[in-house]
Design a protein around this ligand. Structure first.
Ligand code: FE2
Ligand code: FE2
Length: 179
């Protein structure tokens, strides 16, 4: 299990935050930029939604969390659509990481409904910790790949579709799958 997964599963432990103080928020900074403006726009929404959840009393977080989960489904689907359009295989490791995160997020909703009312806060904090590493490695790697093949993420088109005919990527581009 990689480090990024460890912090997510740590969020699942009900004993992890017994001495919980005021939840920290996440700042949007230039270091989170990936080089793709459309991707960064979605990421900024992701950060805003985490902060909104952390600023909300735990007994009122469920509607925000559901909206955040739906947003994250779309966020990841968008990146995966771009991967498929530019030569990645469907089972590449970046997409696998996304699937693991979504699976954990769905389990968190179930635990919250099953009376663990601090778990959404713990999950939001774990995602705030996980996100910069993912943005700087897999997402930035994808953004660099999109640029290198001439893919426009706003129109979702390739300047020259023939450039990806011989591109088959099963990994994460220039980025290691262990990150
Ligand atoms: Fe992303
Ligand atoms: Fe991603």
């Amino acid at each position: 299990m990689s480090h990024s997964h460890v912090s997510l599963f740590f969020a699942m432990s009900a004993t992890a935050h017994t001495a919980h103080s005021a939840p920290s928020t996440m700042a949007w900074t230039a270091s989170l930029q990936t080089g793709d403006a459309r991707m960064d726009e979605t990421h900024q929404e992701f950060v805003d939604m985490i902060n909104q959840i952390l600023a909300t009393p735990e007994d009122q977080q469920l509607p925000l969390y559901k909206a955040f989960l739906n947003h994250t489904v779309e966020h990841f689907a968008q990146e995966e659509r771009w991967m498929l359009a530019t030569g990645f295989s469907a089972d590449n490791c970046h997409a696998e990481h996304h699937a693991t995160i979504l699976e954990t997020m769905r389990v968190v909703e179930a635990h919250y409904l099953d009376s663990d009312k601090t778990i959404i806060t713990r999950m939001a904090e774990a995602l705030a910790e996980w996100f910069p590493g993912h943005a700087n490695s897999m997402d930035a790697g994808l953004a660099a790949h999109l640029k290198s093949v001439g893919f426009d993420s706003v129109t979702e088109t390739l300047a020259d579709p023939s450039v990806i005919q011989n591109v088959t990527m099963s990994g994460c581009g220039s980025v290691s799958c262990s990150s």
